[in-house]
Design a protein around this ligand. Structure first.
Ligand code: APR
Length: 193
């Protein structure tokens, strides 16, 4: 049973939290939780490359040839290949080492740099997976709060063409964690995100 979508409006931008498969989203861009090599991998990186087809990897190879590996917290954009989304924004989240190696700021940066890239390209909508909470081991309860705060801070700070930001959680327990995080942030901020 898919969790019901929840959300909030921040500076005229709709933030939605849904349970689903990011490769099925028809937002202008979807975000890939990549690694620095940009050569694909498992998890959401694997499903995006499989669903998007070889064109995405080809563009990633050209990016790496031009500017080298992608640093943690940074983002680059390719076409969406065979995906419904027109673009894929690849970002690298931090590997969790217990929280004392700047993981929180690097995770926030991954969201912020992806949003910046979407805004610079005048995109109207973007979908994120739960970056770093799979193979990279970032605890869901912490990552969900960092993600929501980073997105809401960016949207408050800048007026952009963005009208919709969707956080797409694959598993029910992840959807629950993000929903709880959003509700807690709303409660703490007197009804605002
Ligand atoms: N749609 C949305 N979310 C998904 C999907 C999907 N189709 N498939 C997996 N996920 C979720 C996972 O359940 C997890 O919550 O994406 C989240 C991120 O998990 P990972 O894909 O493992 O990403 P991350 O933890 O950032 O690790 C990145 O793993 O796949 C490799 O190449 C990648 O080295 C990089 C590392």
């Amino acid at each position: 049973m898919k969790g019901q979508a929840v959300g909030a409006t921040i500076n005229q931008v709709r933030l939605r939290i849904i349970q689903g498969d990011i490769t099925q989203q028809d937002t202008d861009a979807i975000v890939n939780a990549a690694n620095s090599s940009l050569m694909g991998g498992g998890g959401v990186d694997g499903v995006i490359h499989r669903a998007g087809g070889p064109a995405i990897l080809e563009e990633c190879k050209q990016i790496v040839a031009r500017q080298g590996r992608l640093a943690t917290g940074k983002a680059v954009m390719t076409s969406g290949g065979n995906l419904k989304a027109r673009y894929v924004i690849h970002t690298v989240g931090p590997i969790w080492h217990g929280g004392s190696r700047g993981e929180e700021e690097l995770l926030a940066s991954a969201y912020r740099e992806s949003l910046k890239l979407a805004a610079e390209n005048h995109l109207g909508s973007i979908s994120f997976p739960s970056i770093s909470t799979g193979a990279y081991g970032y605890p869901l309860d912490k990552a969900s709060r960092v993600a929501i705060r980073a997105v809401s801070h960016f949207l408050r700070e800048k007026g952009t063409c963005l009208r919709e930001v969707v956080l797409v959680l694959f598993e029910a327990h992840a959807f629950k964690a993000y929903t709880e995080a959003l509700n807690e942030i709303i409660k703490v901020n007197n009804g605002k995100v």
